[in-house]
Design a protein around this ligand. Structure first.
Ligand code: PL3
Ligand code: FE2
Ligand code: FE2
Length: 232
């Protein structure tokens, strides 16, 4: 099956085209894992009751980062980190602003729901078309991302009533950034045999399920998860 997918798409992991696209996608993932690490450290100072757990999650993110750095080295690709920092700048700034204002709910929505769902969607779509080395790494990583998503879901479910309005506002401000990011990565992802439609679909499923687990109704979820999607 794996063979078939690769043959269908004629993926040549050493072609100049593949390596050029990989230099940006790989950088995005490395930067994403770094941002996730930093965000869980910040959260550990805001949610002192969960400090140890959040520090544990932050350490997992650094391991993920190291794993993806190895994937780039394995293909002899130099990640374009400047591109990746710019790619994350919108979510990065929104997280920083929320953290400075002590808005834990917004921070959790950005990191544990949006970024983790984005990662889970991307990694699941990547696994069947990855080279053997990267596939093993990514399979290990994605399992752990589910536990990060779960942390956010559990906390927000426990505080649902008082968090609902802030969640709606944070969703409205941050979800359109995800669609913008997907548009920016579409061409490179296609070269890696990852299609935007599949990424959008998988993201919507993960994010919708998360909102449902937190306590939103189906009607709320439809409205929330499609916010800003018209611009894609
Ligand atoms: C959270 O633990 C990590 C956050 C990483 C975010 C990744 C977003 C990836 C979007 C780009 C799609 C290509 C994925 C390819 C996988 C190697
Ligand atoms: Fe991660
Ligand atoms: Fe994570």
């Amino acid at each position: 099956m794996q063979q078939l997918v690769e043959q269908d798409k004629k993926l040549d992991f050493q072609s100049a085209e593949y390596k050029d696209a990989y230099s940006r996608i790989n950088a995005i993932v490395i930067e994403g894992e770094q941002e996730a690490h930093d965000n869980y450290i910040t959260l550990s100072n805001l949610l002192t009751a969960d400090k140890d757990e959040l520090i544990r999650l932050s350490k997992m993110e650094l391991r993920h980062k190291k794993g993806f750095e190895a994937c780039g080295r394995n293909l002899k690709v130099t990640p374009d980190m400047e591109f990746a920092r710019e790619f994350f700048s919108g979510l990065h700034e929104n997280f920083q602003t929320a953290a400075a204002a002590g808005k834990v709910v917004t921070c959790l929505l950005i990191q544990s729901l949006i970024i983790e769902c984005f990662a889970i969607a991307a990694y699941n779509i990547y696994i069947p078309v990855a080279d053997d080395f990267a596939r093993k790494i990514t399979e290990g990583v994605v399992k752990e991302e589910y536990s990060h998503l779960n942390f956010g879901e559990v906390w927000l479910k426990e505080h649902f009533t008082e968090s609902k309005a802030e969640l709606e506002e944070a969703n409205r401000r941050n979800l359109p950034l995800v669609w913008k990011m997907l548009n920016q990565v579409e061409k490179d992802a296609h070269i890696l045999a990852m299609e935007k439609e599949a990424l959008v679909e998988d993201f919507m499923i993960q994010y919708g399920e998360a909102l449902s687990n937190i306590g939103f109704t189906t009607r709320d979820i439809m409205r929330l998860s499609a916010y800003g999607l018209a611009s894609v």
